[in-house]
Write a protein that binds this ligand. Structure first.
Ligand code: SAM
Length: 271
């Protein structure tokens, strides 16, 4: 599957995704995944940043609210339209563009940092996307991204539950198989049966890599891994939704902080 077909799928998801995400249905993102991402993120105030696969812009806005000067790209024009419209309600001066992460429309070394929240595994050539992220970083800059966890969300995954509905184990399979754009149809897990009968499921093409393939791609892009994160819900929030409860058995996402090597003699200060 190529980028234009991926774009068609995401374009078809974009209106409903924006509406649902903005009314708080994406509990995994809002209650666990983004807070964990931001707690690992180095300081960004005053830095020039790029958010890759920004969707409707929620996380890009949070980066801008921390004082970063943000640009953001997404392949689906409707996501970018919704993100730009939000600027009317809250002006954060974010430069949103419709663009393919595998061919970024920016000069090399343009950014102090790059982020990608749950988007690289949705791209036909994540190796190329990582190379592009690395190319637009200045020496000493950093990339932080989250992806579906390659070990615990491989091509086959089933959550096994106790009689009371709590997750007790995850059954996985197909770890060494490629999905090459297999289209998964799904709703945000907190939508009720009644709500599901009124909206189409999302159709998302997925491109699975193994853990070692991800690390080969990061290292091959010339980056050095600094930190990893595997968010798990605390007992206080786990009960709020099944998707959070599942992360107490095994993580749903993997977070990676990596940096572009500094030039010889360059100061160690991130700014
Ligand atoms: C799971 S959504 C995440 C959206 C957003 N980052 C968030 O956290 O809410 C994945 C996003 O990646 C975008 N995407 C997929 N392939 C892309 C590509 N080749 N270039 C840029 N964006 C892409 C999709 O359109 C979608 O908005």
């Amino acid at each position: 599957m190529d980028a234009s077909e991926v774009a068609r799928n995401w374009e078809a998801n974009a209106d409903a995704w924006t509406q649902q995400a903005r009314r708080g249905v994406d509990v995994f993102r809002d209650a666990l995944n983004s807070p964990a991402f931001f707690s690992m993120l180095p300081p960004v105030s005053g830095l020039r940043g790029l958010d890759v696969g920004c969707g409707e812009g929620s996380n890009t806005r949070n980066l801008a609210r921390l004082g970063a000067r943000m640009s953001a790209v997404d392949i689906a024009p409707t996501f970018i339209r919704h993100a730009r419209e939000f600027e009317k309600a809250e002006l954060l001066d974010i430069d949103y563009r419709v663009a393919d992460a595998m061919a970024l429309p920016f000069d090399s070394g343009s950014f102090d940092f790059v982020t990608a929240f749950m988007s690289f595994m949705d791209m036909p050539d994540p190796v190329r996307a990582l190379q592009e992220a690395s190319r637009v970083l200045r020496p000493g800059g950093f990339l932080q991204f989250s992806i579906l966890h390659p070990c615990f969300v491989p091509p086959y995954r089933k959550v096994l539950r106790n009689r009371n509905g709590r997750a007790r184990a995850i059954e996985i399979g197909g770890y060494f198989e490629s999905t090459d754009g297999r289209v998964d149809n799904w709703w945000f897990s907190t939508l009720t049966e009644q709500e599901r009968s009124t909206v189409h499921p999302f159709s998302t093409p997925i491109f699975h890599l193994t853990l070692s393939q991800w690390f080969d791609a990061i290292i091959g892009a010339g980056l050095v891994v600094d930190r990893l994160g595997e968010p798990t819900a605390g007992a206080d929030v786990a009960h709020a939704a099944a998707v959070l409860d599942e992360t107490r058995i095994a993580p749903l996402s993997l977070h990676v902080l990596a940096s572009s090597p500094r030039l010889k003699g360059q100061s160690s200060c991130r700014q």
